[in-house]
Design a protein around this ligand. Structure first.
Ligand code: ATP
Length: 365
């Protein structure tokens, strides 16, 4: 398996619009390194360029600029076959007329492996994917979930596969089976120490699957790469803070004055440490805080800000409160035990250890 690195990778499509004008979409100057044997998720909103990036890694697409490196070797101009990449798509790609054994054996037959070696390898892969009982079944008769397992099996069966790239592989799978199949993917990834890059727009899928998640923003840039915990605890940008988490991080415009952090005329006092780390002009800042870290009470409290309860959503385990004050809206989580009704005044404070400060789209505290 291989490490994958993108160096200043860019690509754009020129599209003819209604009146003949051109619009161009690009992935912009992407730089990232994913270590060998890691489970990587590439996460971002629809249309941000995830598939474009995946195709540049596999060699299906030649980027307009930059390099794709496998194990520090430049493979940008190599074909998919020369890169030894396996790809699993949204719709399973299997030979319907062949049985499962034939499908799994096919890549090895093409590479001239001996019959006995093929049987051993097919049985090993079938066992881990729990396909042993289906080896003689025609692939056309399988469920979509089993077909997707066969697709994955064909990808990992070659011993020289450099990486497996998966583009939203659970889309056509029955929701009840998605969890099982994702667990299986992770198990296979760990057992064979495969470098796997898993594309999804679903943060839950990304965070439960990956060791490392790369988040892309709508403008085709990499916003941040980190472990699920790093992305949750220390988002580099307001976008990552909001995109990760359910609900996402609250982001409030604010400024730092002599009294403290001021948003819309309300001031919360801050420590000397925060003040010393937020250097430069005091205005044009954004405060970020996750809903679960906001303290909310029905009684007034020193330093707390009065909001009005607008919406109360029950998720079963906890409730999500949407609170307003003037033009500001925030979300907070409360337990089932707390008695709150719509239009109640809720006193809110932001514990400083959970507060993030952003300037010009980047975290400075
Ligand atoms: P999704 O999650 O919806 O699949 P994505 O993040 O994978 O989206 P891409 O499929 O890479 O995004 O597409 C990024 C942008 O590039 C989109 O606006 C898409 O319409 C455009 N695009 C993709 N392929 C082409 C192409 N071959 N020609 C022109 N535009 C394209």
């Amino acid at each position: 398996m291989a490490s994958i690195e993108l160096r200043n990778l860019s690509h754009s499509y020129d599209v003819i619009m209604g009146k003949g004008e051109k619009a161009s979409f690009s992935i912009n100057n992407l730089n990232v390194r994913w270590e060998d044997g890691k489970a990587v998720a590439l996460l971002g909103p629809s249309g941000c360029g995830k598939t474009t990036l995946l195709n540049a890694i596999s060699g299906l697409l030649k980027p307009k600029a930059g390099q794709v490196m496998f194990n520090d070797r430049d493979v940008t101009m190599l074909s998919t076959k020369q890169r030894h990449i396996a790809q699993v798509f949204q719709f399973p790609v299997v030979y319907d007329s062949m049985d499962v054994f034939g499908n799994l054996a096919f890549p090895l037959l093409n590479d001239g492996f001996k019959k006995n070696d093929i049987r051993g390898r097919v049985e090993e892969v079938a066992e881990i994917l729990e396909l042993q009982d289906l080896l003689k079944v025609s692939a056309g008769r399988l469920t979509p979930a089993d077909k997707q397992k066969v697709s994955l099996g064909r990808g990992i069966i070659r011993p020289d596969t450099a990486a497996v790239l998966l583009d939203e592989p659970l889309t056509v799978i029955d929701p009840k089976l998605q969890w099982t199949l994702r667990r299986k993917l992770k198990q296979v990834q760990r057992r064979f120490r495969i470098t796997m890059v898993y594309v999804t727009h679903d943060q839950h899928e990304a965070l439960t699957f990956a060791d490392v998640v790369t988040v892309m923003s709508k403008d085709g840039k990499i916003a941040q790469t980190g472990t699920p915990e790093e992305l949750h605890e220390n988002p580099d940008t307001p976008f990552v803070g909001y995109f990760i988490g359910s609900p996402g991080m609250n982001i409030l415009d604010c400024s730092l004055t002599a009294e403290g952090l001021d948003f819309d005329g309300f001031v919360i006092p801050v420590s000397d440490e925060l003040r010393s780390r937020v250097s430069g002009p005091g205005d044009g800042l954004q405060l970020g805080i996750r809903p679960e870290f906001i303290c909310s009470r029905l009684e007034p409290e020193n330093g707390a800000v009065p909001f009005t309860a607008l919406i109360i959503e029950d998720t079963g385990a906890y409730r999500v409160l949407t609170l307003t004050m003037h033009d500001i809206r925030i979300k907070t989580r409360i337990s089932q035990a707390e008695q709150v009704s719509e239009n109640d005044t809720v006193w809110v404070s932001f514990p400083e250890r959970h507060v993030k400060i952003f300037r010009d789209g980047s975290r400075i505290y």
